[in-house]
Design a protein around this ligand. Structure first.
Ligand code: ADP
Ligand code: ZN
Length: 521
């Protein structure tokens, strides 16, 4: 075997960087030596090099599966500028162009080939793969294989054939967003049981998280821009195209360099706005979630949400576009009850099956838990991804602790009810038991005979739900993962049950029957 350049040499001489970042060293070495890997790294963490460098360090061509056509094109352009021989195969190529790429691949003229998943699993492409020498398979955005994830793409399911047909070729799956259940599904579906897992911290310490109650969201946003981000680049996310247009126009009237971006604009306008955002200083992109995937702009100083994202994964991914240069940045969101109702209705009226709807509801609930968190936002956010940290001192709740009402006693009742009913029921049923509702489900499970039946009549249903959301957000409860929103006690339940850790709700946002009673005593 001829001597091939070492990973560090490739990093320095091809990519022009001095050192690997964090886990990149270990990942690159492991994959270069032929090992399988599952890489969880936040957006901006530097996932691409984790497969690009082994691609150059190993003989043959690396095949990279990516669902995002625009991203593929950008990556291939960037690699070519560095003198790497890279190409892509997707629906934007003509038949002739595709043939040329295929030929170069089989001839061994390529170092990296990007392909869309639906392309990869076609019989003709599988035949090509058999003819070429393959350095590795990289599966980008691996959470797309998970029905439990937020971005399921059925084409990804076909990728399981890679393990069967190419047992000797290392595979590296990468994603920026995967909670525990999603991670397990990636492992199963992509046959990565023996892969080494590299899980990087998701913390973005330079981002200040702030979630405010929506009053007049636009005015609140304008205040933020004028006070803290004058002349700086940022992204404002809205749910609908109409709201994107209106908000961009409204901001422009107030002398903010705002541009709209959504899938309803024609391609040339979108491209123009994107270029302006990347090249000019201080452009504020008002956008739907169609904007942002693969945008590599390091100095985005703020990401603002005028509407609630549908999951913590989405929130994390969208806010993660702020401050990639490591300088201080803001993640700001205004949320109101209407958002919650709107998103909940979208779930109910959507085309998803029942199981999928349960997943979506659970994700929305977790998102709400974060909005209502009275403790450190970063702690709540990271605990969702399975990471424990101390309060950060750099979020709204740490910087300005909110006014609180003690609901510890109700929280204990809420937890006992989960335990007494067998760690398997959803919030709706638990609240029925607590409030002593004698319906068919309660009767059929004999839950009217449990000690927690009817012990929570003094607290209204909305408050019980808020308490359950808090408990979920704190890790005192976990969704059992059966796909039906059932709750089980989590590690943080014990101190609350023992009375060692209090639970608070924001005093302003909820009506408290509990509190009324407490003060009358
Ligand atoms: P991800 O895919 O995880 O979102 P990227 O691979 O796009 O992240 O990397 C994010 C940015 O960090 C890119 O601009 C990339 O060039 C840069 N980067 C990655 N690794 C290094 C490194 N070791 N040294 C310097 N810059 C790096
Ligand atoms: Zn904090």
């Amino acid at each position: 075997m001829s001597a091939r350049p070492a990973p560090l040499e490739i990093l320095q001489h091809v990519f022009g960087y001095r050192d690997f970042r964090g886990m990149q060293t270990d990942i690159v070495q492991h994959v270069t030596e032929g090992g399988d890997a599952l890489v969880l790294m936040p957006t901006g963490g530097g996932k691409s090099l984790c497969y690009q460098i082994p691609a150059l360090a190993r003989p043959g061509c690396a095949v990279v599966v990516s669902p995002l056509i625009a991203l593929m094109q950008d990556q291939v352009d960037a690699l070519r500028q560095l003198g790497v021989s890279a190409a892509f195969l997707n629906s934007t190529l003509s038949a002739e162009e595709s043939r040329e790429v295929a030929q170069a691949f089989v001839n061994g003229d390529l170092q990296l080939l990007y392909a869309a998943p639906e392309r990869l699993v076609t019989p003709s492409f599988m035949a090509l793969l058999q003819q070429a020498q393959i350095a590795l398979f990289a599966i980008d955005e691996a959470h797309c294989v998970s029905q439990w994830g937020h971005d399921f793409r059925p084409e990804y399911l076909g990728l399981s054939v890679l393990a069967e047909q190419f047992p000797g070729v290392p595979r590296i799956a990468l994603t920026a967003t995967a909670d525990h259940a999603t991670r397990e599904e990636i492992v199963t579906r992509l046959a990565l049981q023996d892969a080494r897992q590299f899980i990087t911290s998701f913390d973005r310490p330079n981002i200040t998280y702030t979630i405010v109650e929506k009053k007049n969201a636009r005015d609140q946003l304008l205040t933020l821009l004028r006070r803290e981000h004058e002349g700086e680049a940022g992204i404002v996310y809205c749910l609908s195209r109409k709201k994107v247009e209106e908000t961009a126009a409204w901001l422009r009237e107030r002398e903010i360099k705002a541009l709209p971006y959504h899938a309803g604009l024609d391609a040339s306008t979108r491209a123009k706005h994107q270029q302006l955002f990347l090249r000019e200083e201080g452009v504020v992109m008002v956008a739907t979630i169609a904007f942002g995937m693969g945008i590599d702009k390091p100095d985005v100083r703020f990401v603002a949400h005028l509407d609630l994202p549908k999951s913590i994964e989405n929130y994390y991914q969208e806010t993660g576009r702020a401050g990639r240069d490591g300088q201080p940045a803001t993640a700001w969101m205004a949320y109101g009850l209407n958002d919650v109702v709107l998103l909940a209705e979208m779930i109910e009226q959507g085309n998803s099956g029942d199981t999928q709807k349960q997943v979506e509801r659970r994700k929305l609930d977790a998102m709400l838990g974060l909005c209502e968190a009275t403790g450190c936002r970063r702690q709540a956010l990271l605990s969702y991804f399975g990471e424990q940290t101390a309060p950060c001192g750099n979020c709204d709740n740490c910087l300005n602790p909110p006014q609180l009402t003690d609901v510890s006693e109700s929280a204990r009742k809420a937890l006992s009810c989960v335990f007494r009913t067998g760690n398997r029921f959803g919030v709706g049923h638990l609240v029925d038991v607590l409030r002593g509702k004698l319906n068919d489900k309660v009767k059929s499970w004999n839950h009217d005979k449990t000690s927690t039946f009817g012990i929570g009549q003094d607290v209204d249903e909305a408050t019980w739900r808020a308490i359950y959301r808090q408990l979920l957000a704190r890790g005192a409860l976990q969704v059992s993962g059966d796909g039906f929103g059932g709750l089980t006690l989590g590690d943080a339940a014990r101190p609350i049950l023992r009375g060692e850790a209090p639970l608070y709700l924001r005093a302003r946002t909820e009506k408290f029957k509990v509190r009324e009673r407490d003060t009358s005593e």
